[in-house]
Each structure stands twice: as structure tokens, then as C-alpha cells.
Design a protein around this ligand. Sequence first.
Ligand code: HXC
Length: 510
Amino acid sequence: MEREEQYNKFHEINKAAEAGGGVDRIQKQHESGKMTARERIDMLLDKGTFVEMDKLAIHKCTNFGMDKNHIPGDGVVSGYGKINGRLVFVYAYDFTVYGGTLSAVNSKKIVKVQELALKNGAPIIALNDSGGARIQEGVESLTGYASIFYQNTISSGVIPQISAIMGPCAGGACYSPALTDFIFMVKENSHMFVTGPDVVKTVTHEDVNKEELGGAYTHSSKSGVSHFLGNSEEEVLMAIRELLTFLPSNNMDDAPVSPSKDDVNRIEEALQTVVPVDPNMPYDMKDIIEPVLDDHYFFEIMPHFAKNAVVGFGRLGGRSVGIVANQPAYLAGVLDIDASDKMARFIRFCDCFNIPVVTFVDVPGFLCGTNQEHNGIIRHGAKIVFAYAEATVPKLTVITRKAYGGAYIVMSSKQIGSDVNFAYPTAEVAVMGAEGAVNILYRKADEETKQKAILEYKENFANPYRVAELGYIDEIIEPKDTRKKLIQGLEMARNKMNTLPPKKHGNIPL
Ligand code: HXC
């Protein structure tokens, strides 16, 4: 073969690979409001940095006449590139090729980049848009998933793993995203479910459409499966880029420092009046979190799920911190099952990746009642204790108002391993609120005696001074000084050395 022919052949094969399932299917993909796998990767990565691998891999299936139809690269586009100049690995299911279904060769391509990401200590991002197991390949497709799940699991806690759902993600295929650290979903065009609406109808006689069953809003607000809900694919891809700015590339690394012009000693007068005088009045904890952080910027995670808890990333003095907080503006900030799961998972993520945890506390207690008890609030609530106690990263706590009973203890109290604990003068650290306590202690007393006892209780117990006297609070601070105090505390704890006893792994109550 002449040299020119050799090059022509090479260009032809490359072109065929880049065309995926062909012009018609690409058009259909665009008409349904979706980008192609390659367009998504191009938008996600820094311009011109994508290096594709296994572009010419083909399936080996001969069933159902499949041997007559090979598309170079098959149904996955995979490789590596950069985000904000940092190495990442990426793979995207190509819905234009057999509906992005998983063939044996696709799973090999995916496992190859998973292994490389782990070996080279770089985050991996999966862009999902797939009909699931490729029916024609049967069990070979299923075992392909198993290999992907295995890599997901052994990479957990070593490199950040991020999944975006940009189309269908059905059946067991959902378990790869579920094993990763963060799931992003696109409004209207992404769906995750173990079984689709038709099977649900047959098995449970329930009438439900796919949006209600497993759409982006459902998983972002009800199930807690998804961490981010984007209005468009572009919004999701940009949010992934941003998330990575808060994270290290692997568990041996520190998150990138992002110097800010925001003064580390900034005094924020507005914080003096955020906590209302009336202890029963709600306020938005984000009105405290945001002004404390560099440039008032908070990157919230799971904003629509368990709104009585707030988690997310920010920076203090240019360094990433994980924020965990009660939200008095929603259900009075009570701890329930969903809030416990949301907080515990986030704390553990931060601990895996050397990100200090800053906790803001205003919590009236654990939610009571049969619903919570029967569904295991004891088991779920224990996750928060476990997550805080085993976390060896710097941990700082600010009690803004209520810190009652067991909820005080679990919310990063000194005795479960917090490094620096502050309280505002408005803090009430007690076994329970004054009214509740008096109703127990003075059950049979008249109203006048009760009112007197309530005032006495507030004076003697519902304040931060008892815990400060005992050394369980290191310092009572004015709200306006919160930023400065937290940054000083983080600097103090930066080189913290804290080792746990040798063990294979703990047994978190799941
Ligand atoms: C082979 C498939 C396929 C599959 C879709 N296609 N799913 N091919 N195996 N599982 C093909 C279609 O035949 C079609 O090919 C092309 O992909 C696009 O599909 P359409 O149906 O035309 O697209 P759309 O209308 O957008 O519907 C997409 C869909 C639907 C919702 C994903 O195709 C669907 O419901 N597919 C089946 C999903 C499913 O049940 N998968 C198995 C889940 S269980 P042509 O050539 O016509 O363009 C599973 C087990 C994993 O995955 C276990 C892990 C442990």
C-alpha cells in the first residue's frame, strides 16, 4: 500500500469513529436536546486537551447479525485531558451507537481509564447516556458492569469519582454512578431507575411516569441519589469543572489553594444580628455561612434534599473547607434520617480527601415519632457520630444558637474529636429547651411556678457559659469575628497528626 493510501485509510477509520452512530442518529440526539458524547467531553475539558484512547476498538459479538455492523470505538468515548490545567480521566457513553449500551469492549475501555485514573491519582468523570446492558451480548455485558463496579469500589476514597446522568441510566447500570462520590443530573433529560415505569406498572400496579419515578428533580429532592440538578447539560458540565476546584486530585494530595483578595481578618458586622433574639424564630444559616467564606462564596451540595441540613464547599484563606450545618429555616434544623445521611456522607468525603470540616450548629434535637423511629433514626443518626469521630481532618465547630441533648453531642462536639469549638453569646447548650425541661421537672406545678422555673433554667443552663467553664467550648466569640477565628483555628490545625488504631476498616452503621 502506498504511503498516501495508508494515511487515507487511517483518516477514514478515524472519521468513522468520530461519526459514532452516523449523521441521522446524531441529528436525533440533538433533536432530543442532548449533546453527543464527543461534544460533552469537549465542553467539559480544557480546550484541545482531550486524548482519546481505544478509538478503534470494536465489539466481538456475532449474535443477531451483529458481526455485520461494527462502529470503530463502539459505544463509549474514553481517555484523559485537563480541567483547569489538572489531569482528569473521562468516559462518555455514546447514545448514537446502539443506544450507548454496554458491550464487553465498552466495559474494557471503561475499566482501562478507571485503572489509569487510580494508578495516576487523578479524578475520573463518567458521562452516562445509555440503554444499559447490550441485549445482544447477554452475560458478557453484565459482567462488564461488574468490572466497572469493582473499580468504582476500590477507587473510592483514593480518587474523586464523579458521574453525570445525561440520558437514560436504567437497571443495574445505576450502581456505577451510585458508587461514585457525586452524581449530577440534567433537568428533564436524565432518568435513573432500577426498573422503568412499565415494569413498575406490572409488578406494583403503580401508574408513574419516568420523570416522577426517576427524573432529576425526584433524585435531587426525594431520594437523595443525586447531588446536583442542572438546567442544561452545559450547566452540569460547568458545575463539574467548578466542583473539582475544591478537591485534591487524590487522597495523598491537598486541594488546590486559590488565593483570594478577601481579608482573612475581615470583620463582618452584619453577622451580629443574624441570630434572632427569640429562640423560636427561624433564620437562614446560609446568612452566616456565606459572609464567613472567602468572597462570600458557598458551593452548596444537595440543596434540594433534606433542607434541614446544609452541606457544601467554600474557602477560608484560599483553602478548601467542607461546611456542614443545621438549617433553622427548615424544620427548625432538626436532625432526621435524611439529614443524618446527607451530613455523614459529606463528612466522610471530606475526610477521605483531606478537606477540613467546619460545622455550624443550631439544632433542637433529633426528630421524634414512629415514622423516624421505625425507619431507623437511631441507626442513621449514629452515622453522624461515626463520621465525625473517625474523621482525622481538622474539625472546627461554631454553635450559633441551640445545641440540645444528643444532637449537641453528635454535631462535632469536643468529646467526639473536634479540634476547635466556638459558641456565640446567643448559644444555648443544654439537655433540652427550657420549656421542655420545666415541663418534665415541674410537671405538676402551677403556671406561675413553671414560668419562674423557665426563666431560671434559661439563666442557668440555656447559655454557652456552663460548657465554656467546663472547657467543652474553647472560646465564646462575637459573630462578627467568625471568619477570622475560623481561619486562625484552621492554621493552628493545618499539620494536625491524628492516627486511628490499626484496623481493616470501621463498621459504620449503614
Ligand atoms: C441493545 C438497545 C438497548 C439495549 C436501546 N437499544 N437499548 N440495544 N440493548 N439494552 C438500541 C435501540 O434498539 C435503538 O437502536 C437505539 O438503541 C436507541 O434506542 P431507542 O429505543 O430508539 O431510543 P429512545 O426512544 O430514546 O429510548 C431509549 C431507551 C429505550 C429508554 C433507553 O431504548 C429502552 O428502554 N431500552 C431498554 C433499556 C433497558 O431495559 N435496558 C436494560 C436495563 S437492565 P436503533 O438501531 O433502532 O437505533 C441492565 C442490566 C445491568 O442494564 C446490570 C448491571 C449489573
